[in-house]
Write a protein that binds this ligand. Structure first.
Ligand SMILES: Cc1cc2nc3c(=O)[nH]c(=O)nc-3n(C[C@H](O)[C@H](O)[C@H](O)COP(=O)(O)OP(=O)(O)OC[C@H]3O[C@@H](n4cnc5c(N)ncnc54)[C@H](O)[C@@H]3O)c2cc1C
Length: 372
């Protein structure tokens, strides 16, 4: 790819599910020139996941009946089928991503980090560790995993991030987890299942039922089942209060709470306080919404730099969050279609994505609640 001096129609940065999925959709458009740059290996984030972490969205081979595997990034693939598991580990999912890239011959250049991006009238000049690349459109798919949000509390440096390997090492005695949504409940159950006594603190109590059916706002059934077993063991406590500070207290860690109480832990508290949008080299090209997430137009394009698209879990439209694979994959083919139409090429190959339930153009249809 880099040996060619021409300007690509599209360049994708990041070879996770979002970047590869968008590249697969670009491959379905006639005559587009495109490529993917990846600083690590294909699926690097999943290779970096703590060993005990697994997907919480189940994989199942329903493709033949129009129910494409929730974790698939191409309509004709299924991690459940190729891996033979329903809740893939990180390395298993990375294997699926590698095999998809290989099967569909997606041009991925691995081991190449994008360090800066300049915008020109005709597109973008991307500087990477192998030199410059020119592209008319750019798709940022750098992911969120490299930008965990630290708790905004005094002593946050004393906490360990839930995404770190250390946080998953065996713990004895009392442990405090700050943050009670998926990652917090996941790691809390992990330690309860191995004998620790864990208190999860979160002022918004995400473990409660909530009003909607959207998994972006409600714990997944699998997490609820594990949480229920952990509560039955007597070693899990859920406290509806914000953590306000952490400090050392002799051999222990003291976590102060907004309700005036204090919890003592025998090892560093674990922060499961979410992830930022991870915009890296294109950060300056996105305006921000009031809630801090990138402002996008209806085509998932930057409002400041047309031609720059965002693919992946940081996509937000109104109150909709696209933070799971089965959600953000709805936009791969849409982005590819916008790029293809601008290039004046045939985009009809993307209709099979729509037929497989993997192309949403009209965002007003998202967010429907289950009746029961
Ligand atoms: C702990 C955790 C658990 C999750 N569990 C689920 C789940 O069960 N089901 C689900 O659907 N979703 C889940 N998600 C959400 C989502 O699926 C993942 O975040 C997923 O990794 C997002 O895919 P992505 O392609 O956007 O990012 P990533 O998989 O992180 O891929 C981004 C890639 O970009 C590369 N990159 C970054 N910057 C550069 C650069 N400057 N130059 C070149 N390359 C770069 C990285 O090396 C990486 O390979 C989870 C997220 C987290 C954090």
């Amino acid at each position: 790819m880099l040996s060619q001096p021409q300007t690509l129609d599209a360049l994708v940065i990041g070879a996770g599910p979002a970047g590869l999925g968008t590249a697969l959709a670009l491959a379905a458009v006639e005559d587009l020139t495109f490529g993917v740059l990846e600083r690590g290996q294909i699926g690097q984030t999943f290779l970096d996941w703590p060993a005990k972490q697994t997907f919480l969205t189940p994989s199942f081979t329903g493709n033949g009946f129009g129910a494409t595997d929730l974790n698939a990034i191409h309509p004709d693939t299924s991690p459940a089928y190729s891996l033979g598991v329903d809740y893939p580990t990180g390395p298993q999912y990375a294997k699926y991503l590698r095999s998809v890239a290989q099967h569909f011959r997606i041009p991925v250049l691995a081991g190449v980090e994008v360090t800066s991006v300049a915008r020109h009238e005709s597109g973008f000049e991307v500087q990477c560790t192998k030199g410059p690349v020119l592209a008319r459109s750019l798709v940022w798919a750098g992911g969120e995993f490299h930008q965990p949000v630290e708790p905004r509390i005094v002593g946050s440096v004393l906490t360990e991030r839930a995404s770190s390997t250390e946080a998953w090492q065996p713990r004895t005695g009392n442990l405090v987890v700050i943050g009670g949504y998926e990652s917090g409940i996941d790691i809390a159950c992990h330690h309860v299942e191995r004998g620790a006594r864990v208190t999860v603190v979160d002022g918004s109590a995400p473990w409660k039922n909530g009003s909607g059916s959207d998994p972006s706002f409600r714990l997944a059934p699998r997490s609820r089942i594990r949480m229920s077993a952990a509560l039955d063991s007597g070693r899990l406590s859920l406290v509806e209060a914000h953590a306000t500070g952490v400090k050392r207290a002799g051999d222990e860690w003291a976590v102060s709470l907004g309700n005036g109480k204090k919890l003592l832990a025998d090892s560093p508290p674990i922060a499961a306080t979410g992830y930022g949008p991870g915009l890296g080299a294109v950060e300056a090209y996105f305006a921000r919404r009031e809630d801090g997430w990138p402002e996008l137009d209806d085509d998932d394009q930057s409002t400041l730099a047309p031609g720059l698209f965002l693919s992946g879990p940081a996509i937000r439209h109104g109150g909709l969050k696209f933070c799971f694979v089965y959600k953000f994959r709805q936009r791969f083919a849409h982005i590819a279609r916008v790029i293809g139409e601008r290039a004046g090429t045939d985009v009809s190959g993307l209709e099979s994505w729509r037929a497989a339930g993997m192309l949403t153009d009209d965002l007003s249809c998202c967010g429907v609640e289950c009746a029961c």
